[in-house]
Ligand binder design. Sequence first.
Ligand code: SF4
Ligand code: SF4
Length: 338
Amino acid sequence: MEYRELGKTGLKVSRLGFGGLPLQRVDEEETKKIVKSLLENGVNFIDTARGYTVSEGLLGEALEGVRDRFVLATKSMARTKEEMARDIGISLGNLRTDYIDLYQVHNPNMEQLETVIAPGGALEALFEAREAGKIGHIGITAHSPEVFKKALELPWVETIMFPYNVVENQGEEFIRACQEKKIGFIAMKPMAGGNIESGSLAVRFILDNPAVTVAIPGMAAVSEVEENAAAAGDHSPLTDEEKAQIQKIRQELGSQFCRRCNYCAPCTVGISIPNVFLFAGYLRRYDLAGWARSRYDSQAVKADACVECGECESRCPYQLPIREMLKKAHEELMAVKK
Ligand code: SF4
Ligand code: SF4
């Protein structure tokens, strides 16, 4: 396993990290086996989130006695000081530790980022927690290039997490900027939300980019840890066959795949278009139907409110048939039994 400095944090992390989202579909015993396998395979970076329901708690239990062998990262959707202080406390309790190495502001949009930074915002709680030794470093996660770009200018941002994979390479320029500014770059959604079937190819493609500090595929089985660790340990250049496979995937997914860039916004009636596609993706590919449905239920405006004005489609750089895709996603999400 190769290790890298995580920006200027002084932390040394394995280039393959563990994404904790899929733990929502496994139990305590499986999580313990996964954590054991991470240790055996030299993976020392674990990322989870307050929003991944049971994930923090399962990890906390599985990390008993070995917590110090990992760099532990989590994140919260809290935007105000009060909410963030509460969430940090809950994360510490769930993870059964008195110290979290990296705490991240989870996927704010531009407006929410303003709230986070403003007086009384979540950042104040993060600073206080760092001062008190409860957390070590502060990062941010984003889905839109606009937020990524903004994050690069914020002096308190030590790491940035953004989707990066074979078909989602819209952040490449900013990923290079992370390297130049010594901000740790964490590649999320390495499998493009499950769209890329070969885990090995996905991991090798990402780690082939020297500007990526760590890639964090979500894993829910020991076999996945082993497969990804083997791919991360293979430092040979991508073969012609692998490059051809990448081209094929790009051609197949290119026409119908939402990159969550949010260029289609604002929707005339306020639908969060990329969120709808994200939840539908979780439903189709991750076997997380209940969770996808509950996230969809929390959306203020659902996809069936679309008035077919077509404004979004004229702004989508990938010419996606958004209206048609929204209808399909809504039908699939609403068909999930609660
Ligand atoms: S076509 Fe539908 S989704 Fe697109 S902007 Fe109009 S109302 Fe929103
Ligand atoms: S629908 Fe198009 S513009 Fe909107 S987020 Fe997806 S890829 Fe970007």
